[in-house]
Each structure stands twice: as structure tokens, then as C-alpha cells.
Ligand binder design. Sequence first.
Ligand code: AMP
Ligand code: ZN
Length: 141
Amino acid sequence: MTECIFCKIIEGTIPSVKIYEDENVFAFMDIMPVTKGHVLLIPKTHRENVYDLTEEEAAHLFSVAPKIANALKDEFKPAGLNLLQNNGAPAGQAVFHFHLHFIPRYDETDGFRPTFETKESESSTERIQEIAAQIRAKLEN
Ligand code: AMP
Ligand code: ZN
């Protein structure tokens, strides 16, 4: 018996408000919507977060993202749309089954306030080059 609430949603043992389903993914309404139309898209296979997705799972899941985004755009005519995906508790992950948030944006006071503050100690050209070299070296492994 899984303890994962999103696995239970897929199994149908706890209720959800489904908007889309195929062989590999399931999309449903967030129970605590940040804005009108807040949707979650998840893989049917239990994967804790982005580190655990296979390339095929990620490719399929993201192939469904424009479909959902366009349905939200056509129906609700939001001014914008945030796709958000949290990995690990310090990043804000509360449910440990990979999920991609779709958060339609209506205006600056719609309740969602992501902030990007520049970390000065990371922002020199030399530092950015140094960090990029570390990442590239890992990707080449
Ligand atoms: P995160 O903080 O990225 O892990 O987001 C978890 C999201 O799951 C939150 O936005 C919750 O409102 C949502 N959530 C938790 N339980 C349920 C549920 N039973 N049905 C739908 N959404 C849920
Ligand atoms: Zn799960």
C-alpha cells in the first residue's frame, strides 16, 4: 500500500478533480489553488522529483504541458502563466511525487508572488563563468 497521496489519486483511492489523463500522465486541479485554474501534472509512475524522471518520462510529460497551457489560456485568458516545479523541502516541495504546477496569472495582486532577488556575490562575470564551467564538466561526464 502506497503512502503517496498522488499515487492514491492516480489509483482513485482518494478523490481528485481530473482534467486530463493518458497512459503515462495525470492532470488534476490543485486542492488549494493559488489562482483560478491552478492545475498539477504528474507522471503515473511514482517519481519523487526531477532527479528521478527518465528522459522518456520527462519528454512525454512536457509534451502534454502545451496542451494544458493552451486550454488554460483559451478558457481563462490569463495575462500570464507560471510553470513551477519544486524539488526538495527547502525548495518548497510538500508532496514527494513529481508534479508540475500550472498557475495562470491575472495581475500582480492575484495572490502569487514569486520573487527573484539577485545574489550579488554570484553575479560577477568571472563567477558566472566559473559556475558554468563546473556545470559543463558534469554534463560532459
Ligand atoms: P508542492 O509544494 O510543490 O509540493 O505542491 C504540492 C501541491 O499539492 C500544493 O499546491 C497542494 O495544494 C497540492 N495538493 C496537496 N494535496 C492535494 C490533493 N489531495 N489534491 C490536489 N492537490 C493537492
Ligand atoms: Zn506517488
